[in-house]
Ligand binder design. Structure first.
Ligand code: AMP
Length: 290
């Protein structure tokens, strides 16, 4: 009861002018500002990042924006869940200071013609299967960083490559912000929380745990002394193939800095995979530490 009384729906701003005004007041007060960019349909994974931002920054801003430029022409932009009222209610317990939920018109206007494109780390893995995706992500994230000018911005390990790409962008373009990466929050059976999980039928939801199982298998093999990437990848692929109607986009072992494939797990290595289950594309990853 007491908790409920303390919870307060966060203040919503939908315009760039309103957002700038809100953060300017915090900046004048000398407050550290944290930004958590999201596309909404919030779950515990997002909320963990908001809590981290709030722990470290007296002023926390959450953006909720389904960014059209990061969706390919055949992807799920139209179907992507938009649940602003539920998101605001979910956020009330984490007490961010501001929620920025702009329209497309507000974010891109009519004449938008500038794009931010990261090379290297944006090219493998998701870069192969979602051409143009990271260009949309980096463009919108740089816009949000310029609007809020946060001291720290919070991303989830769930989208490991995205965090790498954003890290590369802020380093290369000298953006004065610290990128913080929070751990992947999972359902009790291990499935990484994702806004896209709600697309899954009950049967597909059950099969989706195969991503986590294949990452656990990789961990187990490494613990048992296996180092050959080829062998570990074969085991992961075989395990994924045991689930009905699951198509693999990729299963990869990569250097966690460069994201280039490795031949042996001789140092900390990223295990990552992307699969499609009944048309829903899911990704997951973990670090293997030999
Ligand atoms: P999205 O709304 O999917 O664009 O995600 C917004 C942010 O939340 C990104 O930095 C994601 O990596 C992060 N995120 C999404 N799912 C999870 C999760 N299960 N655990 C931790 N962070 C997550």
């Amino acid at each position: 009861m007491i908790r409920a009384m303390q919870d307060r729906v966060p203040q919503l701003v939908t315009t760039i002018a309103g957002l700038r005004e809100a953060v300017a007041a915090a900046r004048r007060a000398g407050q550290r500002i944290g930004l958590v960019p999201t596309m909404g349909a919030l779950h515990e994974g997002h909320l963990s990042l908001v809590r981290a931002a709030k722990r470290e920054c007296p002023c926390a801003v959450v953006s909720i924006y389904v960014n059209p430029s990061q969706f390919g022409p055949k992807e799920d932009l139209a179907a992507y869940p938009r649940t602003l009222d539920a998101d605001l209610a979910a956020l009330s317990a984490c007490r961010p200071d501001w929620v920025f939920a702009p329209s497309n018109q507000e974010m891109y206007g009519r004449d938008h013609a500038t794009w931010v494109e990261v090379g290297s780390v944006a090219q493998p893995l998701e870069g192969v299967f979602r051409p143009g995706h990271f260009r949309g992500v980096t463009t919108v994230v740089l816009k949000l960083l310029n609007l809020v000018q946060p001291d720290a911005a919070y991303f989830g390990q769930k989208d490991f490559q995205q965090a790498c790409v954003v890290g590369r962008m802020v380093a290369d373009l000298n953006v004065p912000v610290t990128i913080r990466v929070g751990p992947t929050v999972r359902e009790p059976d291990g499935l990484a929380m994702s806004s896209r999980n709600r697309y899954l039928s009950p049967a597909a939801r059950q099969r989706a745990v195969v991503l986590w199982k294949s990452l656990q298998l990789a961990r187990r093999l490494v613990e048992q002394g296996e180092r050959r990437a080829e062998t570990i990848l074969a085991g992961m692929r075989e395990l994924v193939a045991t689930a009905e109607d699951v198509q693999i986009d990729y299963v990869a072992l990569a250097d966690p800095q460069t994201l280039q494939p490795v031949e042996a797990v001789s140092r900390p290595t990223l295990a990552a995979l992307a699969v499609r289950i009944e048309g829903t594309r899911l990704i997951d990853n973990c670090l293997l530490e030999p």
